[in-house]
Design a protein around this ligand. Structure first.
Ligand code: ZN
Length: 316
């Protein structure tokens, strides 16, 4: 328990003392946190991962993690005050709880297709001149440790390691150069895909949004822990075998452009999850193809964001 106090204390001492100005207040307030949703009884609750411990944020008045993100700077101030000296009853061992998707129902899950050069080539598609956008529905979201359920009606289930970013501030027509003001944090993301459904028509969403096809987490790592999201190693291993291995420096459309492009069409809101695309090495482009199968364990790892680990089971 000493560690919770001392780490939280160190974080508060490290908090920027500059007076916040409008638009930059969110960024100035975040201080190095790994935010999770976990379950120790009947209901999921929001928390902060701190080494081997979890500090629940329920006692600080937060029903879920989305309310922390949507609450802006005031909510983050409250979280930090809470972490300074949380009651014993609100501290649990991480090993004793189940992780859930950090955001149980993200307002939007937006995915970018063909956003790594080598993946566009292996897919035998032209390099895109504008970002390819599709969606997953909130019902697809699962967390670290929860099973990916292979649908009965697909024979071509596949994996895709991705870096996702999470929006922390509402905005429309956001200039590319202000992107950092809108990114709350980052997560590992697995864009699980049923290739037969995806490629049967020109619209991909139907093959991308089966229940459980949006594993994310284990935590939202706040943006200040990731100085440059465009130079992170990214990869997939299944049952220990390395299948994808790349770096986010190969992204075609980077986060500033994506935020400007998306927000030129619709409002970005706190809790929106944007998955930036996958590098080469996916199952359908292999010879022979490497489809997901029951009994697999898929691990997605983006540098600095922990391991997103999901077992694979068949739909009953
Ligand atoms: Zn993808």
């Amino acid at each position: 328990m000493f560690s919770v106090y001392s780490v939280a204390h160190a974080l508060i001492l490290a908090a920027p003392a500059l007076a916040p100005t409008p638009g930059t207040r969110l960024r100035a307030t975040i201080t190095h946190m790994r935010l999770i949703t976990f379950q120790r009884d009947a209901h999921p609750e929001p928390g902060v991962l701190n080494g081997d411990d979890v500090v629940s944020l329920r006692g600080a008045g937060f029903h879920d993690l989305l309310s922390v993100l949507a609450g802006g700077a005031d909510a983050l101030d409250r979280v930090q005050r809470w972490l300074y000296d949380p009651p014993w009853s609100q501290i649990v061992k991480a090993a004793d709880v189940k992780l859930r998707a950090p955001l149980q129902r993200p307002p939007k899950i937006i995915c970018i297709g063909l956003n790594y050069r080598a993946h566009a080539r292996e897919s035998k598609m032209e390099l895109p001149e504008v970002p390819t956008i599709f969606a997953k529905f909130p019902t697809a979201a699962i967390g670290c440790g929860e099973p990916i359920v292979l649908p009965r009606n697909s024979t071509k289930p596949d994996y895709e390691a991705e870096l996702a970013f999470v929006i922390g501030q509402r905005g429309r027509h956001i200039p590319a150069e202000r992107w950092r003001d809108y990114v709350f944090g980052y997560m590992n993301f697995n864009d699980v895909s049923a290739r037969d459904f995806q490629l049967r028509t020109s619209q991909w969403t139907i093959g991308k949004t089966f229940d459980t096809f949006a594993p994310m987490g284990p935590a939202i790592v706040t943006a200040d822990e990731v100085p440059d999201p465009h130079s992170l190693d990214i990869g997939t291993t299944i049952n220990g075998e390395v299948l994808q291995q790349s770096n986010t420096n190969d992204l075609i459309f980077k986060i500033p452009e994506l935020i400007a492009h998306l927000s030129s069409v619709f409002t970005l809101e706190p809790g929106d999850v944007i998955a930036t695309g996958t590098p080469s090495g996916v199952g359908f482009a292999r010879t022979p193809p490497r489809w997901l199968k029951p009994g697999d364990e898929v691990v997605i790892r983006v540098e600095g964001l922990g391991d997103l680990r999901n077992p694979v089971i068949a739909e009953e």
